[in-house]
Design a protein around this ligand. Structure first.
Ligand SMILES: [Zn+2]
Length: 225
């Protein structure tokens, strides 16, 4: 009798624990964090600052911020390794409900150019790009280069889920390069991206953002990686 009672009690406790875990699980949308470049492909490289390193540093900070909010995350790379673009898209395409966010830093031969910009390719990616860009420029205090349609990015074209590519700053600009390589700037960028993603996943925010759809500047560009 006693053992039967304790078994019932255990089952009640177990079901309670499971329901608590389920309610704490948060939104089911998985964020695929793609640290651009890596390994033999270092991306932009200016005065000893490698884009592939900065991308990974921001990606890891973004991962920590999202995991702290119980948002499931998959990283396309977690170290300085080369991952083909098709493989990155394949990882994203293995999930039913996901948002793909690729982290990059920019460079231009005209070293005065600076600022942050967010690319998208499909209509599904556009509102996410808008929300990320909006939160990013609140925090990083640099030039707002707005959202752009990036038709030449393989990771945007080959992913089936909504996908965006964030250019977190120009390492070709001396002032911006010095900021980009610091942990505090990278954390601000990660926080902006995380907030934009969280806003994208909240149904409460969707109406508000669609009302602002005409406010953000936008121009179509074709750019290769
Ligand atoms: Zn890049």
């Amino acid at each position: 009798m006693l053992s039967r009672l304790s078994l019932q009690l255990s089952l009640i406790l177990l079901s309670f624990s499971l329901s608590v875990i389920t309610s704490m699980a948060g939104p089911e949308t998985r964020i695929i964090i793609d640290a651009g470049h890596g390994g033999k492909d270092e991306g932009a490289h200016w005065y000893g600052v490698r884009e592939s390193d900065l991308n990974l540093q921001v990606a890891k900070k973004l991962e920590a911020l999202l995991l702290a909010r119980n948002i499931p995350v998959t990283m396309t790379r977690r170290s300085d390794v080369f991952v083909p673009l098709a493989k990155r898209a394949e990882i994203a395409n293995s999930y039913q409900n996901a948002i793909f966010v690729s982290i990059h830093f920019n460079a231009h031969r005209m070293t005065s150019i600076h600022g942050v910009e967010t690319f998208y390719a499909s209509p599904a990616g556009k509102p996410i790009a808008m929300k990320i860009q909006k939160e990013l420029v609140k925090l990083v205090e640099t030039r707002n280069r707005f959202i752009k349609r990036g038709l030449g990015y393989a990771v945007l074209n080959k992913t089936k889920c909504p996908a965006v590519l964030v250019e977190c700053g120009f390492i070709s600009n001396p002032l911006e390069r010095n900021r980009c390589k610091t942990g505090w700037y990278q954390m601000l960028a990660a926080r902006g991206i995380a907030q934009g993603l969280i806003n994208s996943m909240s149904p409460l925010n969707q109406k508000k953002v669609s009302d602002e759809a005409g406010a953000a500047g936008e121009k179509a560009v074709v750019k290769s990686e």
